[in-house]
Design a protein around this ligand. Sequence first.
Ligand SMILES: NC(=O)c1ccc[n+]([C@@H]2O[C@H](COP(=O)([O-])OP(=O)(O)OC[C@H]3O[C@@H](n4cnc5c(N)ncnc54)[C@H](OP(=O)(O)O)[C@@H]3O)[C@@H](O)[C@H]2O)c1
Length: 249
Amino acid sequence: MIGILLLLLLLLLLPLFLYIAAPQIRKMLSSGVCTSAVQLPGKVAVVTGANTGIGKETAKELAQRGARVYLACRDVQKGELVAREIQIVTGNQQVLVRKLDLADTKSIRAFAKDFLAEEKHLHILINNAGVMMCPYSKTADGFEMHMGVNHLGSGVTTYSVHPGTVNSELVRHSSFMKWMWWLFSFFIKTPQQGAQTSLYCALTEGLEVLSGHHFSDCRVAWVSAQARNETTARRLWDVSCDLLGIPMD
Ligand SMILES: NC(=O)c1ccc[n+]([C@@H]2O[C@H](COP(=O)([O-])OP(=O)(O)OC[C@H]3O[C@@H](n4cnc5c(N)ncnc54)[C@H](OP(=O)(O)O)[C@@H]3O)[C@@H](O)[C@H]2O)c1
């Protein structure tokens, strides 16, 4: 009888323990912190998909360090609300919103044209926007949505980054994944923790020699043999240029 009572007590106390210990558990499980002290006055940064999740935290940190930060968002209204929030938190008024829908190459070209007219330099580009598990649909140019937004829309990045498993809106299209994220929310990274590897790659001095590598938890990470295959990479580049009507070099 006492054994059962103790077991019941344990079962009741476990959620309370997890709730109280959650920040410590998450900290223990999420390695990789950007420790760079670099300040960014006079620098210009663009963060795509900056109105929520990892992008929002990345933009906030860049603004905190003094950069002029462009939030490139498909929903300008959502972007403006976040820009205001970042301005208040960081005291940096140079947080600007520009329309960018990666599911439409016309929008991407318009964004680039306007940006070039507005700024002489771009110091930091964070290609953060992305979708996952959205129902089958096509971009304005007829590409499957994941392929169109995550690959063709974002273009080819200098570094590729895996943020870890992060509690964001990425799972919005799957009830099952939303439930899983909720269930394991004690253990998965916060968006602020998820932003660390992007920040590390953007801010760490001397990292240029590792250009083209894949990063996770603020260090170079393993990639499969297929991903390291030069012939496959060349073919992907050529096919992507062909799909977008960009002349191959
Ligand atoms: N969370 C994770 O565990 C995880 C794991 C691996 C990789 N990632 C990658 O990390 C990046 C950030 O994801 P997150 O976790 O922060 O997800 P999120 O909270 O869903 O944020 C995604 C951002 O991308 C934007 N976006 C989506 N489609 C777009 C489009 N067509 N044009 C412009 N912006 C668009 C979203 O804008 P709206 O709000 O308007 O939709 C949102 O701002 C993504 O590339 C994702 O694939 C995340």
